[in-house]
Design a protein around this ligand. Structure first.
Ligand code: CDT
Length: 311
């Protein structure tokens, strides 16, 4: 019996700074309806899908920053997504800015949730690798202040039995780190959902647009192949508040092949029938972890962060 999950990547075009949640949610529900019409059972939305990518601005007024965050999930403005999930029998991955009171203090995370086809939240992930910087950088044409507005995720890289398979999540910059995929691979992940907001150009160095797209794809393709898992990467794309954001949302097979890819920089759906058993032969042969991994040589990966060259 095959285990086919029809997956839709729901790329979003730009969201303006003053665009109300209701408008973004309306665009997302339209994509869910389209996904349902194409037979999808699971939809992946981008990172911080409900608002513009606000870390591009240095904002000192915390109340203004907090306007980009959700204190409750679901809340009335995003409830239509959960209603659509139940009505259409469609699970989804949603990236958003999470503001939560925990351990007696207010905390801010760059978060993704996994919602099943009944509209229930069945998984939560908080972004571990926060790129950028914490203070205003006058050398940059735009800022990347994730280290200012979020704290690093505290949940690790959990995977969840959902949608008939083993699903994991990560967020944007996480895809560039092999550790992200390997920790989920060690839990038998079959599909990794991820959203991204990536500027087309490097704000601090010369780097061609072609190369940046190659790095985007290469990271996801390597993560997929080396762990025998599907990877679904979905962009918030296009010219957003003066910054060109990379499109190229794609679905990567466990072989590392890109099997579906967005062609525009706007709201666009890509769909593929993902056989959740397609990575099994990879997990049982070349990447049979139990047979081939040599953990006695991997200690530096968890004991050291920076590079220490020999004396
Ligand atoms: N959102 C996010 O993580 N974007 C980063 C841009 C890095 S530039 C500081 C990325 O890795 O795509």
């Amino acid at each position: 019996m095959t285990r086919v999950l029809t997956v839709a990547g729901a790329q979003l075009g730009p969201i303006a700074r003053d665009e109300p949640r209701s408008q973004a949610v309306g665009r997302m529900v339209a994509l869910m309806e389209k996904a349902h019409a194409k037979g999808a059972g699971f939809v992946v939305f981008p990172e911080l899908a409900l608002t513009t990518f606000f870390p591009r601005w240095f904002i000192t007024d915390q109340a203004e920053v907090d306007r980009f965050f959700e204190a409750i999930m679901p809340n009335p403005e995003v409830q239509p997504l959960f209603d659509a999930a139940r009505r259409l029998g469609l699970g989804f991955y949603l990236g958003y800015a999470e503001r939560v009171r925990e351990a007696g203090r207010v905390r801010h995370f760059n978060t993704a949730i996994l919602v099943d086809a009944s509209g229930a939240i069945v998984g939560r992930y908080r972004k571990v690798h926060l790129p950028g910087h914490a203070e205003f950088d006058p050398k940059r044409p735009w800022q990347h202040l994730e280290k200012r507005y979020f704290e690093p995720g505290d949940l690790g890289f959990p995977v969840f039995r959902a949608m008939g398979g083993i699903l994991g999540m990560c967020i944007c910059n996480d895809r560039r780190w092999p550790e992200t995929f390997r920790v989920m691979g060690l839990q038998g992940v079959e599909l990794v959902a991820l959203g991204y907001n990536t500027p087309v150009r490097n704000a601090v160095a010369r780097e061609s647009e072609h190369l940046r797209m190659m790095h985007n794809q290469m990271s996801m393709q390597a993560g997929a192949y080396q762990n025998g898992t599907w990877v679904v990467g979905v962009a918030k794309a296009g010219a957003e508040e003066g910054v060109d954001m990379m499109a190229g949302s794609c679905i990567v097979a466990p072989t590392g092949e890109i099997v579906a890819q967005a062609m525009t920089e706007g709201d666009e759906l890509i769909v593929y029938d993902c056989d959740l058993d397609a990575g099994r032969y990879i997990k049982e042969t070349v990447f049979n972890f139990a047979a081939h991994r040599r953990i006695e040589h991997y200690g530096l990966i968890t004991s050291q962060t920076g590079v220490v060259p020999p004396a």
